[in-house]
Design a protein around this ligand. Sequence first.
Ligand code: C2O
Length: 546
Amino acid sequence: AAVVEHTLNVGNLTVRRLCGEQVITAVNGSFPGPTIRIHEGDQLVVHVHNRSPYNLTIHWHGVFQLLSGWADGPAYITQCPIIPGNSYTYKFNVTGQEGTLWWHAHVSVLRATVHGALIIRPRRGRSYPFPKPYKEVPILLGEYWRSSIMDIENLAIANGGAPNISDAYTINGQPGDLYPCSSNKTFKLNVVQGKTYLLRIINAALNNQLFFKIARHRFTVVGIDATYTEPYDTDVIVVAPGQTTDILFTANQANGDYYMAANAYSSAPNVPFANGTTTGIIHYEGSTSSSAPLMPVLPAFDDTITAHKFFSNLTSLTTGPHWLPCPVKVDNQMFVTVGLGLADCGANATCSSTFPPYRFAASMNNVSFEFPSRLSLLEAFHSGVGGIYTEDFPDRPPIQFNYTDTRLSSNIPLMLTKKGTRVKKVKYNSTVEMVLQNTALLSIENHPMHLHGFDFYVLAQGFGNFNRTRDSPKYNLRNPQERNTIAVPVGGWAVIRFRANNPGVWFMHCHLDVHLPWGLATAFAVENGPTPSTTLPPPPTDLPRC
Ligand code: C2O
């Protein structure tokens, strides 16, 4: 194992996109930021210098952070922000996982432009559980706004509304040929006839799930969220914000140019999203054709059937190097609604015109998560400081939601939310099962729920109301896919299970950023284990304080 050291300088960068120029917050002068490459078992040491005008933290999305919760990064959960002009060094070991992850800012909406790939190769001397690819290429899918996303966000929070939709989707920072003024910088991958490539696809978009295809080429999914999958052959994938998908494709078509392309999967027809398709070009070396690249036919934006087929057919590679069987015994059984609900209109918030006494809010089990501001949850938990959070995240029995008419007043009592910083406390090494039931008023949409600190097994997913008698016999306990972010089907449910083998405070939230300030989040507080090697060490001395 080696120590891999990096420095991230976060500051202003002037970029030209979509026929205009603007200043964004970016890392080491590039958008997306630098790719960090390590081997499983290495220690990563990253010095972060905040030269931007905003508060900053960096999160290592999907890294287990075993006994290193102080380096996880979500603002006010495991640390207070690095204020402008200050620095913090994130130091942690990466063990027991390999594949594609990423890093991103974890405060306000800064992650729109402050992000990059984090690639974990097999431990030195070991190989992939599939034939070695000729080349590996990170593909970061993102979104781009013509004006300052930070200003847009501040406006949105002040009005209780949603930030504007983006102006383009991007591949490795570029909108691509089909958007105005974009063609001379379109991302281009040169390939050699007959060779196989590993594309490490990351959805770093703020608010959209994305379909991805390559013209004329099929591919094989070999990994998701830094876990290996049973090889899965397909010609289309869907990736939710937060998720990653590793695919192998072979350059086995006639010499020429082919588009790779991504556009939105939007599960809720009445929620607006950015128009357009982002493209990159796969160019066969030696081909001299001057005709336009071939374009794949992407699914329709609301093609839930295609999305669900992809999401629900993936399974784990149980012969993979880090596979552990799914725990059979459940210690903490939870039923949790996730979705948009209604809260009382505050003094400054705009009331909804559809439900006049209320405004929109988001929640898990009707609690709209409120961030603390005086102390991070982890500091409060570690040192036993009271008054920062409560350990009473509510339990509830399964509900019967009326999905056929979500305006029905019978649903409204199921949807009223209250603010709170209510966490779920669990014992070290206990197992947790969550039934995530997707609910909402007016607009039910697929929510990508992300858990920090752990991968979970996805046992089953379906539409309508979860029914234990009917659905639990269908759980896949043999080779369930393992993820850190699950796209809970629109108007449906998903069952996940994990072992709480890592003491600390672990955030769980919707990775559609627009839902975070509305409260679609909670946290798990995992107690220390019985021995020093199962106890969270004290915080590093340079941990930013509030
Ligand atoms: Cu990728 Cu809490 O985030």
